[in-house]
Design a protein around this ligand. Structure first.
Ligand code: PLP
Length: 473
């Protein structure tokens, strides 16, 4: 037998079967099925083997780890990761209203109830009067027409899918396959949704016009040709081109397209609904394009997300001219992108709220509208509760919340935050313990303190947040 240092170290490693007999390993991963526990043990030992191979771990190191219960600790850690995986309720104390990592727009209880009610059988693709088959988004189309002023609407999985469907539907391979877009609007949305890449996958050819900071309608006009299929405008949701800039208005784009018998489209991203009677959102959001205004500009097609500023479940809306929407509906790709019954129920319920004049109740809008004056007493009440823990240093300070989800990147909303410091552990350690709690709490870290912004706390969260602190400090 070889007796190199590595060989000595390898020989000290227990077999998986031996490890599975150890009481401390079983105790560390209670409730984990034996086969899964064996997998965890194998993974940990595999990691140690790699360390031995690379020279980072020797026999003495292995001995020390085994004696110190490191194997059981690592297996317990793996079991913990497994327990914490998956989609569970979370407390958003970040102040980022549409937090993509935390599920973007929180839904109205009525939308949640409609979604729950649709889980069994539901009226999805059948007309109750005639008993005949109909379109699953028939009701949604009606609501979309009323709310946006468009002639027709269709709904798919998300706005990325809406753009993809639009591009693919206007493609006439070998005849018209070019889409003209301004260089200043070739957006990348988080999670690598890059407009040029989506165009390529949809089968269309991107024709860039203008420069990064300035594009005029003449640039579009000069690029028109026999292969032009679509003139497109994309809202620069997550960045701003500032300074010496010029962009083409949707009106100009629609006019040029119409004069040549071509289609025009405007991808809004967020899709702020500009209905009369809705309480205004903070002025800082004035830059966000409005859905009704976009339709009124005359473009053929407008696309926007369900779960951004609209405050609905994840979805992509396409609204616009009847003929253009019919083209999308006819495209076989639509079948691959359409929504399920649960999402449809949630969308309908949210749009019904807007249609009934109750749009101000939509949580995303309500949270954005909260003023610093309204938030301050909530921050103070939370601070009083947390100050009861002797090992916490707590203070209320002015701060800034954000809309999030790539909307309005330069917009900060005044708020009051609770700044929390632990007397004996770091802000990162406190934040980690909070994220690992059930329900997990997500907060920001700034200047060595954990920051809690009451703006994004939903009903009941304050109590749960206080309980999370009581458990972890
Ligand atoms: C967010 C966004 C998208 C993608 O929307 P999803 O609903 O997340 O797919 C597309 N275009 C723009 C301009 C956006 O802001």
């Amino acid at each position: 037998m070889s007796s190199t240092p590595a060989a000595l170290a390898f020989r000290l490693l227990p077999s998986v079967d031996e490890a599975l007999l150890a009481p401390d390993i079983n105790a560390a991963a209670q409730g984990v099925r034996r086969e899964l526990l064996a997998e965890f043990v194998r993974d940990v030992l595999e990691g140690w083997r790699r360390e031995i191979k690379s020279g980072a771990l020797d026999a003495a190191g292995v001995e020390a780890r085994l004696a110190g219960g490191e194997l059981a600790r690592a297996v317990g850690e793996r079991a913990g990761l497994e327990r914490r995986a998956g989609v569970v309720r979370a407390i958003n104390a970040t102040g980022v209203v549409m937090h993509t990592g935390l599920g973007r727009a929180p839904l109205h209880p009525q939308a949640a109830a409609a979604m729950a009610a649709a889980t069994g059988y539901c009226v999805l693709e059948v007309d109750r009067d005639s008993g005949e088959r109909n379109e699953r988004d028939a009701r949604l189309s009606t609501l979309l027409r009323r709310l946006t002023g468009a002639e027709a609407g269709i709904v798919v999985n998300n706005c990325a899918a809406a753009v993809y469907l639009l591009l693919n539907a206007c493609l006439q391979r070998g005849v018209r396959d070019e889409v003209i877009v301004s260089r200043g609007e070739l957006v990348e949305i988080g999670g690598s949704f890059r407009v040029p890449d989506v165009m390529e996958r949809a089968g269309v050819v991107l024709r860039e016009v203008g420069t990064t900071n300035r594009t005029r309608i003449g640039d579009y006009a000069a690029a028109l040709g026999e292969r032009t299929a679509l003139l497109m405008k994309i809202h620069t949701s997550n960045y701003r081109v500032q300074g010496f800039t010029e962009e083409v208005s949707p009106q100009e784009l629609a006019e040029l397209a119409r004069s040549r018998g071509l289609l025009s489209a405007f991808d809004l991203g967020s899709g702020l609904l500009d209905l009369e009677g809705l309480a205004p959102l903070p002025d800082a959001l004035d830059d966000e394009p409005r859905v009704r205004a976009a339709i009124a500009s005359g473009v053929d097609v407008v696309t926007f997300s369900g779960d951004k500023l609209l405050g609905a479940p994840q979805a992509g809306f396409v609204v616009g001219k009847r003929a253009a929407i019919a083209l999308l509906r006819k495209n076989p790709v639509y079948r691959a992108l359409r929504l399920d019954k649960v999402a449809l129920a949630g969308l309908e319920a949210t749009l019904e709220l807007y249609a009934q004049g109750r749009g101000d109740e939509v949580p995303a809008r309500a949270l954005l509208r909260s003023s610093a004056d309204e938030i301050r007493p909530r921050a103070e009440a939370l601070a009083r509760q947390l100050a009861a823990h002797a090992n916490l240093e707590v203070e209320v300070a002015p701060g800034q919340s954000q809309p999030g989800s790539g909307s309005a990147p330069t917009v900060f909303l005044p708020t009051f935050v609770v700044r929390v410091r632990h007397r004996s552990s770091s802000a990162a350690a406190l934040a980690l313990a909070l994220r690992r709690h059930t329900p997990p709490v997500f907060a920001r870290i700034q200047d060595g303190a954990v920051l809690l912004d009451p703006r994004t706390l939903l009903p009941g969260d304050e109590t749960a947040l206080a309980a999370a602190f009581a458990a972890v400090v």
